[in-house]
Ligand binder design. Structure first.
Ligand code: ADP
Length: 609
C-alpha cells in the first residue's frame, strides 16, 4: 500500500501511535498477509513486526481459542456486506499474557477477488478490566440490595415510581408487581401522602436523608413502616421503606406494660418502693411518703434500714437473708414480715413489709420491689381484741365457777337438812347469775356500740326529762344506799337518742351512788354552751386517784380490783358511756378530788335551730 502524499508524515504518526495501524490482505485459498503493520504491534503482541509481516499466521496463532471463530464470522460478515468491521477479542502473547484487543477496519475490494482491510487495533485490556470490575460490583450491589428486606424504589418528585428493587417482604400497600409507573401519592392515604410529599421536598432542598415513621391501618390492625427519603437528582428521590411492625409492637407492648407498672406503682393504695441492694430507696410512691411523713425527695436520700426501729433491724436482716436464700431455689414462697418503722416526726408505726427481688439476666439480684402496708391500727385492734378476750373469758369464768361450786355443794345433799344454809347457797348462786347476765349484757352492748352496728335514732330531747327518767329508774337503789338524788331543772334541749342517754346517765348515777357514803347527795345538772349542752353528775364519794382519771373509761378498768366484787360492777359501764357519748359527737371526762368526790361531765349537741 502506498501513501503518495505525505508519506513521511504518516510514517511519523504511525510510529508514534499507541494503536496498531495495519492493512491485511486476504485472498481465497491463500493465507492472509499483512500489507502494513505499525510498530505498536510489537508492543501489544510481543512479536516483532518483521516476523508478522513475513508470516501473518504468527499473529493469528495468538487468538484465544474461544474467540477465533467469532472473529472469523465477523470477517466473513464484513466481506459479504462490505461494511466496516469492528470486533474485540483476546490474544495470548508469547509470554502468556492475556490481552483484549479491538480492531476497527474497513474492507476494500481489489482486483482478482483480493480483499484488503485497513484499520486500527487497540489494546483495550484496561478498559475491559474496568468494565468487568464494574459489572462485578454492580452485580454485588444488586445481590446486596436483594438481600435487604427493605422496599427500595426510585420515585419522581410527583410520586411516580421510576424503578424498584424486588422486595421480599410484604409491603402491603405497594406490592411488588406493577409497582413501577404507579403514582404512590394516589396509593397512600392522604395524610401519609402529605408526609411523603414534605419529606421529598425537604430531601431535594437540603440534600439530607429524611427519616420518618408511618402507621397504616390494614385489615383491622396497625402496620408500621420507617421511611427514608434520599434526594438522587433534581427531581428524583430514592425511597427506602422498612417494615418495623414487630419492633414497634414490641415497643408499644413494653411501653404499655411500663405504663401499667408505673400507674400500679404510683396509684397503689399501699406503700410501694424500689429499693437498691445497698438499701437506698430508689423509687417511692405517694402512699409510702405519706406513711413515713417524708417528701419524696427526702425519702430518696435516706436508707430503709436506718428507719427501721432499732429493735426490729435484726428481724429485717434475717428476713432479707432468708428471702434471698429462698429465692435461689425454685419453690419460692411469698413472705412478709411485720416490723416497726420510725417516721420523720419520730412517731413509731407498724408496717407489713413484703419484698420481692428483681434479678438480672444472670440471675443476680438487682434490686427489691417492696410493698409496705401501715398496720398500726390493725396491730392496736388485734392487741385490744386479745386483751379483751382474755379479760372477758376471765370475767365470765369467775361467776360461772362460783355458780357451779354452790350448785355442786347443794347437789351433794349435805345441806338437805339445813334450809338456812341451802337458802344462802342459792342466794349466792343467784347473785353470781345476775352478775353473769349483767356482764353478758354489757359486753354485748359495748360490742354493738363499738362495731357501729347500732344506728342511734336522734331526736330533739329535753335535758330535764332525760335526767328525770334516769333518776326514776335508779331511785330504789339510791334509797337503799341512803343517797339523795337531786336534779337541777333546765330548759336545755339536746339532739340525742334518748334511751342511750338515759342509759349513760343511769350508769353514771349508779356509780356515784355506789361510791358515795350514805346521807350524801348526788347532783345532776346541765350547763348550756355555744353548740352543746354540758351534763354534770356530781357526788361526794371517795374520789378517783389522778392517775386513773382516764383509764377508768377503758374496758374492765377499775380503780380497785375489789370494786367488782364489793360493788357489783363489771368495769364496762364507763366504756359504754364513752362509746355512746362519742357516737353523739360529744366528749366525756371526770374531775375528782380524793376523799371529796367526783364530777363526771359529758357534752351533747344542741338541735339545729
Ligand atoms: P363498774 O361497773 O366497775 O362501775 P365502770 O366502768 O362504770 O365499771 O367504772 C369503772 C371504775 O371507775 C369503777 O370500778 C370505779 O373504780 C371507778 N369509778 C367509777 N365511777 C366512780 C365514782 N363516781 N367515784 C369513784 N370511783 C368511780
Amino acid at each position: 500500500m502506498t501513501f503518495p502524499q505525505n508519506e513521511v508524515r504518516f510514517e511519523q504518526l504511525s510510529t508514534a501511535s499507541p494503536s496498531v495501524i495495519y492493512s491485511i490482505e486476504e485472498y481465497p485459498g491463500r493465507p492472509a498477509r499483512f500489507d502494513y503493520l505499525s510498530p505498536a504491534f510489537e508492543e501489544i503482541y510481543e512479536i516483532p513486526v518483521a516476523k508478522a509481516m513475513e508470516n501473518a499466521a504468527i499473529a493469528f496463532d495468538t487468538f484465544h481459542p474461544d474467540d477465533l471463530s467469532g472473529y472469523q464470522q465477523a470477517v466473513i460478515r464484513s466481506a459479504k456486506t462490505m461494511q466496516p468491521l469492528q470486533h474485540e477479542w483476546r490474544i495470548i502473547t508469547p509470554s502468556g499474557k492475556i490481552k483484549w484487543v479491538q480492531a476497527n477496519s474497513r474492507p476494500e475490494r481489489r482486483q482478482e477477488g483480493v480483499l484488503v482491510w485497513h484499520g486500527v487495533m487497540l489494546d483495550i485490556t484496561d478498559r475491559k478490566q474496568t468494565e468487568a470490575a464494574l459489572r462485578e460490583s454492580e452485580a454485588t450491589k444488586k445481590q446486596i440490595l436483594k438481600a435487604i428486606p427493605d422496599l427500595i424504589f426510585w420515585m419522581s418528585a410527583d410520586g411516580i415510581c421510576l424503578d424498584s428493587m424486588p422486595s421480599n417482604d410484604a409491603f402491603q400497600l405497594f406490592p411488588d408487581s406493577g409497582r413501577v409507573g404507579k403514582n404512590l401519592y394516589t396509593v397512600l392515604p392522604p395524610d401519609l401522602a402529605e408526609m411523603r410529599r414534605q419529606a421529598v421536598e425537604k430531601a431535594l432542598q437540603t440534600g439530607d436523608v429524611q427519616v420518618y415513621e408511618q402507621r397504616i391501618m390494614l385489615h383491622g390492625g396497625f402496620y408500621y413502616e420507617e421511611v427514608r427519603v434520599v434526594g438522587v437528582g433534581d427531581d428524583r428521590v430514592l425511597v427506602i421503606v422498612r417494615n418495623i411492625t414487630s419492633r414497634k409492637q414490641a415497643e408499644i407492648a413494653l411501653q404499655e406494660s411500663e405504663e401499667r407498672f408505673r400507674s400500679a406503682f404510683q396509684d397503689a393504695p399501699i406503700g410501694m418502693a424500689l429499693i437498691g441492694l445497698d438499701d437506698r430507696w430508689l423509687k417511692v410512691n405517694p402512699v409510702l411518703c405519706n406513711m413515713f411523713e417524708y417528701s419524696e425527695a427526702e425519702l430518696l436520700t435516706t436508707r430503709m434500714f436506718t428507719m427501721v426501729h432499732p429493735e426490729d433491724r435484726s428481724i429485717l436482716q434475717q428476713y432479707i437473708e432468708q428471702y434471698l436464700g429462698q429465692s435461689q431455689t425454685k419453690d419460692k414462697k411469698a413472705t412478709q414480715v411485720e416490723l416497726r418503722y420510725q417516721c420523720k416526726g419520730g412517731q413509731i408505726i407498724w408496717v407489713r413489709l413484703n419484698l420481692s427481688v428483681v434479678r438480672d439476666a444472670q440471675r443476680h439480684p438487682s434490686y427489691y420491689v417492696a410493698q409496705i402496708q401501715d398496720i398500726t391500727q390493725e396491730h392496736a385492734v388485734n392487741r385490744m381484741k386479745d386483751e379483751f378476750i382474755s379479760i372477758v373469758s376471765h370475767e365470765l369464768r369467775t361467776p360461772l365457777t362460783a355458780i357451779q361450786g354452790f350448785l355442786g355443794l347443794l347437789n351433794t345433799g349435805i345441806y338437805t337438812n339445813n334450809p338456812e344454809k341451802t337458802q344462802r347457797m342459792l342466794k349466792l348462786a343467784m347473785d353470781n347469775g345476775d352478775r353473769l347476765v349483767r356482764l353478758v349484757n354489757d359486753i354485748l352492748d359495748l360490742e354493738r356500740l363499738s362495731s357501729g352496728k347500732v344506728q342511734l335514732a336522734m331526736t330533739t330531747c329535753n335535758a330535764s326529762e332525760l335526767m328525770q327518767q334516769a333518776v326514776d329508774s335508779i331511785h330504789s337503789i339510791a334509797d337503799q344506799a341512803a343517797v339523795t338524788l337531786a336534779v337541777v331543772p333546765t330548759k336545755a334541749q339536746v339532739w340525742a337518742a334518748s334511751d342511750s342517754i338515759i342509759q349513760t346517765l343511769t350508769n353514771l348515777l349508779s356509780n356515784a351512788i355506789k361510791f358515795s357514803p350514805p346521807q350524801t347527795t348526788v347532783t345532776l345538772s346541765v350547763q348550756t354552751q355555744t353548740d352543746s349542752v354540758l351534763f354534770q353528775v356530781r357526788d361526794r364519794g371517795r374520789g378517783i386517784p389522778a392517775d386513773k382519771l382516764e383509764s377508768i373509761f377503758g374496758r374492765f378498768q377499775q380503780v380497785d380490783v375489789s370494786d367488782s366484787r364489793q360493788k357489783g360492777g363489771t368495769g364496762l359501764g364507763l366504756a359504754i358511756c364513752q362509746s355512746i357519748v362519742q357516737q353523739h359527737g360529744g366528749n366525756i371526762w371526770v374531775e375528782s378530788t380524793l376523799g371529796e368526790g367526783s364530777t363526771f361531765y359529758f357534752t351533747l349537741p344542741t338541735p339545729d335551730p
